[in-house]
Design a protein around this ligand. Structure first.
Ligand SMILES: *Cc1c(COP(=O)(O)O)cnc(C)c1O
Length: 386
């Protein structure tokens, strides 16, 4: 049988009975929208995340929009982020009329490079794109926030990022759609930025059986405004609207799934860590394996390796495909080069690290139920191919 890239079926077997019983309870009370399971799972999420407030919502994309909207970020505002991420990161900023200012990543962690954040801030202040590439219209931008991404599950360099934000009076919105469950220097990654957004899309480390997401914060006022934005900008009552918002609620049925999945999540994170360690050991010397800096723990949304060059990457992917081993390229086009963002004016070569990574990176099957035997096959196939 072919090896799956992620194995949702094997996972379902762990929680199916609990979920079916939970669904029965929902069918008995029929509160499909904001039923009691929502509050229950939000309390459990907040405890796990190490945050005072957890608000569930309809997707990871909406989890990024909620804080941006609650902070009033819009036209004329800039948000610093990474181009080497899933499209939704930049999309959330641009949807609100704000401008993403991209900053290249560290070639070994794939996460936003704090030294380059400093340069971009300097360039914005001096209105001088020779210091660091800036998007079109940079002369009129006010920098409001930084949106780091915990790419592939690895926490961003938060000590540096939070220090810059404090000095410059900026908000930090962590895009932890892939990183929920990760640990940064002994703390859950979701407890560090002013607000953290995550996704419960099925393929994420903590996925449900549909769309979903959540935001985490210790800030009471921000939590209150995000709660309002989540339901059409409601005030003290649902039919009293104090701002424009979204319909961004999480479903009660998915809250049942999330409760069951959260229960097995710590064990799954340990299992992913074991899979990563076996890859590290088995692939040593054949491809560049992911770097996890001292004191960091990845949630291993992906296990991504680097080849010598673009030709080698494509050859490796073809060889694995021939051996029935699925792989993925995350991400083939860095966001600043996506057609929709051409008006930002970022030239090819403006983000060289991200542009190179997109040509030499390859993600291997990674999930908590990957057997040692299947993994050995993958390792041998990679070693044979390179
Ligand atoms: C998946 C993802 C999102 C969006 O989450 P959805 O639940 O699919 O809307 C945002 N940012 C990153 C980095 C992601 O991987």
């Amino acid at each position: 049988m072919a090896i799956p890239f992620i194995d949702i079926k094997a996972q379902l077997a762990q929680v199916e009975q609990e979920i079916r019983q939970g669904f029965d309870r929902v069918f008995a009370h029929c509160q499909f929208i904001m039923g009691p399971e929502i509050k229950e799972v939000e309390e459990q999420l907040a405890a796990f995340a190490g945050a005072k407030h957890a608000l569930t919502c309809s997707s990871g994309t909406d989890a990024l929009l909620l804080p941006l909207m609650a902070m009033g970020i819009g036209p004329g505002d800039a948000v610093i982020t990474t181009p080497f991420t899933f499209f939704a990161t930049l999309e959330s900023i641009a949807l609100l009329g704000a401008t993403p200012v991209v900053v290249d990543v560290d070639p070994r962690t794939f996460n936003i490079d704090p030294d380059r954040i400093e340069l971009a801030i300097k360039a914005l202040k001096a209105k001088d794109p020779s210091i660091h590439p800036l998007p079109k219209g940079y002369e009129a931008l006010t920098l409001k926030a930084i949106m780091p991404v915990d790419l592939f599950g690895l926490p961003a360099d938060y000590d540096r990022i939070m220090a810059i934000a404090k000095r410059e009076d900026l908000q930090v919105i962590g895009d932890s759609a892939q990183g929920f469950g990760g640990v940064y220097k002994g703390r859950p990654v979701s407890s560090i930025p002013h607000v953290t957004a995550t996704s419960f899309f099925p393929a994420k480390p903590l996925g449900v059986y549909g769309d979903g997401g959540a935001v985490f914060t210790d800030d009471d006022a921000l939590a209150e405004v995000m709660r309002s934005v989540r339901v059409h900008g409601m005030g003290h009552d649902r039919y009293y609207n104090v701002r424009l918002g979204l319909n961004a609620r999480f479903d009660t049925l998915q809250a049942v799934v999330l409760k069951a999945k959260l229960r097995i999540f710590p064990a799954e994170l340990d299992a992913r860590q074991k899979v990563a360690e076996r890859y590290d050991e088995g692939l040593k010397g054949s491809v560049v394996t992911p770097l996890v800096p001292e004191g960091y723990r990845s949630s291993w949304a992906q296990y991504s390796v680097l080849t010598k060059g673009p030709k080698e990457r494509d050859a490796l992917q073809a060889a694995l495909k021939a051996a029935d081993i699925p792989t993925m390229i995350y991400y083939p086009i860095p966001c600043h080069r996506q057609p929709v963002f051409k008006d930002l004016g970022y030239a090819e070569g403006s983000m060289p690290v991200s542009e190179n990574l997109s040509k030499v990176i390859l993600s291997l099957p990674m999930h908590p139920y990957l057997t040692e035997a299947d993994q050995q096959k993958i390792i041998e196939a990679v070693r044979k191919a390179v």
